[in-house]
Design a protein. Sequence first.
Length: 200
Amino acid sequence: MYVVLESVVDLRDGSMHGYWVLTRIKTGDSEISFSEIANKDIRRRAEEMTIRYVAGKVPNKRLFINPPQSIPMNMLPLLSKNFVICLPMDLSLKETAEVLSFVKKSGLKSALNNYKTVGYDLSNIRLGAFDYVFFSDDFYTNASKSDLEKIVASMKLFKTILCFKNIDSQKKLDLALDLGIDLGHGYFFGSEEHVVGIIE
């Protein structure tokens, strides 16, 4: 098992803002992602090893993680105050409210992951509720520039930090810079792989 730390970079000065955290498991010569693991016990051990490892390995940068499935949420702030809990767009309003309430009370940060639609309802609890918004590359490369400008402007009113995911070309980087996007993630900025341990 190993952890991939994908760089999240400040586009203004190129400094490292934090890492997107991914779990990978090899079985024989094949590699599978955490989301493909069916065995609940393996998922639990892999998730716990990953979260504890990155909390100790990267003490001074933001760590962008998905909500844990097998570790109690209240354990997270004890391990690191640098965790940013990344919520998917399709999470229900009730679940979103519960997680955001916990995140705020715990002193952690929150992110909306893979933003990908012009018509997404950001009213009520969602409007200004997230510290970060990560834009899906499928969205920002296909949406009109005028739509992107409107969305970016509305989110920045609430001091939300914006990031383009999967920047892997100069064209994507130029678009991010032109729109005033704060952070970039993707092959342009590199990643690190770290072996954590063996799960038998």
